[in-house]
Write a protein that binds this ligand. Structure first.
Ligand SMILES: O=C(O)c1cc(=O)[nH]c(=O)n1[C@@H]1O[C@H](COP(=O)(O)O)[C@@H](O)[C@H]1O
Length: 272
């Protein structure tokens, strides 16, 4: 999917919500566990109930890998289902990969070609040659970790390297890489006050912003400092939506939670 198509969808749906599909078998309604593929059954119900209110889905790969071969099969079924039934929706493989170039090429093939995700999250730590193999794919996006939502972000990312914080170096240096137009960045909603500085370095890039809801980030702050004329934001919520209820109408309740966020986003979009 191109960035222009993503922006068009955001305006059409009046939403820049990304629903995180972090499926934990210990948290899904227990009656689903007797189904042939509980992970896919859960995802299908959530997707059917939330698709009207969101523009992206983000399965976090850890939750699938943790279930071995069955998990990988459920992941493949999930991404295929989204692309077939709701082709307007942007898909994010939250895999946080990155290795020497030769190895990154394999990660890129797995997620961007074979599984066909529109994008993948990538760690910048190993530098240019570890990220460029992901950037080669046309109309696919590499979402580079810039300033993450967790406490540990202060261990390295905000520390100065020479005259600048490491996350600023990541932003600046990554702009010089080949096919850098395919880059988006992760900035945690819990770090909204950093967004004004971040926008000075990357005024137009799309940001994936996790951390609203369960981690306490505020949508208003993210929009105030991070929104661009083309929106430039995908705001993710996982647990607060998908585990809003454990009853048999869990999907309906997840849909209602997603709609609440969509309505807030529609208000924010009016400011543009
Ligand atoms: O790359 C991510 O998506 C990510 C980056 C980050 O800085 N913080 C963060 O929480 N995430 C992911 O975003 C999701 C947040 O989930 P909830 O806290 O349940 O909304 C999880 O899948 C995290 O792994």
């Amino acid at each position: 999917m191109t960035t222009a198509e993503l922006v068009e969808q955001i305006h059409k749906k009046k939403s820049f919500l990304c629903v995180g599909l972090d499926v934990d078998l210990e948290r899904i309604p227990t009656y689903l566990l007797s189904e042939e593929d509980p992970i896919f059954s859960f995802n299908k119900a959530i997707i059917d109930a939330t698709h009207k209110f969101c523009v992206a889905y983000k399965p976090n790969i850890a939750f699938y890998e943790a279930n071995g071969l069955e998990g990988w099969k459920a992941l493949e079924k999930t991404v295929n289902y989204i692309h077939k039934e709701y082709p307007e929706i942007f898909t994010i493989a939250d895999a946080k990969r990155g290795d020497i170039g030769n190895t990154s090429r394999m990660y890129a093939k797995t997620f961007l070609k074979d599984l066909g995700f529109d994008s993948i999250t990538v760690a910048p730590y190993m530098g240019k040659d570890s990220v460029e193999p992901f950037l080669e794919f046309q109309n696919r996006h590499t979402i580079l970790l810039a300033l993450t939502s967790n406490e540990g972000a202060f261990d390295f990312q905000t520390q100065k390297v020479g005259d600048k914080e490491l996350y600023k170096k990541v932003l600046e240096t990554s702009k010089t890489w080949k096919n850098s137009e395919n880059l988006m960045y992760v900035v945690g909603a819990t770090k909204a006050e950093f967004l004004a500085d971040i926008r000075k370095i990357i005024p137009n890039s799309f940001l994936l912003v996790p951390g609203v809801g369960a981690q306490g980030g505020k949508l208003e702050d993210v929009c105030k400092y991070g929104m661009t004329k083309d929106v430039g934001l995908l705001v993710n919520s996982s647990r607060k939506i998908i585990y809003a209820s454990e009853s048999s109408n869990f999907a309906e309740i997840a849909g209602a939670k997603a709609e609440v966020l969509q309505k807030q986003m529609a208000e924010e979009l009016k400011q543009l």
